[in-house]
Design a protein around this ligand. Structure first.
Ligand SMILES: [Mn+2]
Length: 489
């Protein structure tokens, strides 16, 4: 159990972070805003801690629970305020191309049967219960910066509606009534960002194969045409869609593009996975503009028949090692592609999509959301919204250390934080005049979290980082106390 010296709380880096992140919280009662910011600061200081642990005292955790129970603050307004802070970060950057990675994760609360409002999460109605989260994470395409979330949908399935209806019933439902509408909603968030930034940036919503949905492309194309611009889509292809004018005997757009001459050849590194060593892969890129027919069942049941004008980029590995599946990415995009270099750029954007999975991983193993004990899905969602914001901050820190190792640590850490980190790590009172590099500071933080930095270890993962951050918070507090004692140097 961590004890906080309460009187120091007001001016910690965590408190300043929370004030900034929730500066536009749309809640009228200012005391509640302050109480929320205080709770957020506690979560930020101790990610993964339970509410009593994070709050540090019985009175403080009671105030926390009262706030969560009051319904005064909704998950939506928490995420909206974080989105405002995210937009401010984007506006302060030089980034021209913004990626909005979207994906769904399942949170399993089967061990919390007393939480009301949860739903089935497996393929059968009785395979555990929990909730789904669909996040929209904004990244810099050039810098790899994590700006934050544009929002997140949090929902549970209705167990009563779980039973499969008559065969084909799903096909007859308009998209607005289906769970898959979340992919369109996330594109709308990206489009909202595009317009909020005055149309001066390229904004690309990036999704995996589950997001290969006719209605999503139709919405994006139509909105861009009528609004004179908007967010684009970049989605891994799940369906080998047919081109207009193609007969049943023809093969589909995948084969069409794969039969074209190669546009460019690139080399990528494939990380180690499932017992297979990391390797270098050579990919051949091909692309074409394709006009795609609306799927027959969309026309039959929903009257949708607008063809889609998209670009298809295929990146296929040549000569993969024996018994290794060749890398093959096929992506649809509304981004116009005029050269092999542009096709390569778009594939690079798609490769950044995994960061939303990294975020969801941090949410589970770092913020330990599945261990949160709250009485209903509404209260759980509110705490989860806060955990999402904390997780995106942690992701940003670990990414920045990897992608811009040379930037000063002061870009991410408060002065007291990097100074106390330096003194603690070096067992000294003599501070350097300049802050250390971010890479250096993150290595030290990771070591506080148990990272050994052996040759075979990869760069520190998010897990050791937040363990280290939790220790640093205490070290910084001790540093602040002793530095202000006249006789303690
Ligand atoms: Mn997915």
């Amino acid at each position: 159990m961590h004890e906080h010296p309460r009187h120091l709380k007001a001016d910690t880096p965590s408190a300043r972070w929370a004030e900034n992140e929730f500066a536009t919280l749309a809640v009228k009662d200012l005391r509640r805003v302050k109480r929320w910011q205080k709770m957020a600061a506690d979560f930020h200081a101790l990610p993964g801690a339970s509410i009593p642990q994070a709050s540090g005292s019985w009175a403080a955790s009671k105030a926390c629970y009262r706030l969560v129970e009051s319904d005064a603050i909704s998950p939506q307004c928490v995420l909206d305020s974080h989105r405002d802070a995210t937009v401010t970060r984007i506006e302060g950057s030089e980034e021209q191309v913004l990626l909005v990675a979207q994906d769904t994760t399942t949170l399993n609360f089967s061990s919390r049967p007393n939480t009301k409002g949860l739903g089935p999460i497996g393929n059968k109605a009785d395979t555990g219960h929990g909730i789904f989260v669909h996040g929209s994470l904004c990244l810099g395409a050039g810098s790899g910066n994590v700006f934050g979330l544009l929002g997140a949908e949090i929902w549970a399935r209705d167990a009563a509606q779980f039973k499969a209806g008559p065969a084909g019933a799903r096909n007859r439902k308009p998209i607005e009534e289906k769970e898959s509408n979340r992919w369109l909603e996330s594109w709308r968030k990206a489009d909202g960002l595009y317009h909020r930034l005055g149309g001066r940036h390229r904004v690309v919503s990036v999704a995996d194969r589950e997001g290969d949905i006719y209605e999503a492309f139709a919405l994006c194309l139509q909105s861009k045409a009528t609004q004179g611009g908007g967010a684009d889509l970049l989605v891994r292809s799940q369906h080998n869609r047919r081109k207009t004018g193609e007969g049943e005997a023809e093969q589909g757009s995948w084969q069409h593009v794969e039969g074209l001459p190669m546009a460019v050849r690139i080399k990528i590194s494939v990380p180690r996975s499932a017992g297979k060593p990391a390797r270098c892969a050579h990919l051949e890129l091909r692309y074409a503009k394709v006009e795609l027919k609306a799927p027959a069942h969309k026309t039959k049941y929903l009257g949708l028949d607008e063809p889609l004008l998209l670009w298809l980029v295929v990146a296929k590995e040549v000569n993969p090692p024996e018994r290794v599946e060749a890398v093959c990415w096929r992506v649809w995009t509304t981004v116009e592609i005029g050269s092999g270099e542009q096709a390569q750029e778009v594939i690079g954007w798609y490769a950044k999509r995994w960061m939303i999975e990294e975020l969801h991983r941090i949410l589970k193993s770092g913020c330990k959301v599945e261990e949160r004990q709250l009485e209903s899905i509404e209260k759980l969602s509110l705490v989860l919204a806060l955990d999402l914001v904390v997780a995106s901050h942690l992701l940003g820190l670990s990414k920045a250390a990897r992608e811009q190792p040379g930037q000063p640590a002061s870009a991410w850490l408060e002065q007291d934080q990097w100074q106390s980190l330096y003194c603690y790590t070096h067992k000294t009172n003599d501070l350097p005049t300049d802050p250390p590099s971010l890479k250096q500071a993150v290595d030290w933080i990771a070591r506080l979290g148990g990272y050994l930095n052996r040759k075979c270890d990869g760069p520190p993962g998010a897990q050791v980082l937040w363990r280290g951050m939790r220790r640093l918070e205490d070290i910084t507090k001790a540093y602040q106390i002793f530095r202000n004692q006249p006789n303690c140097g």
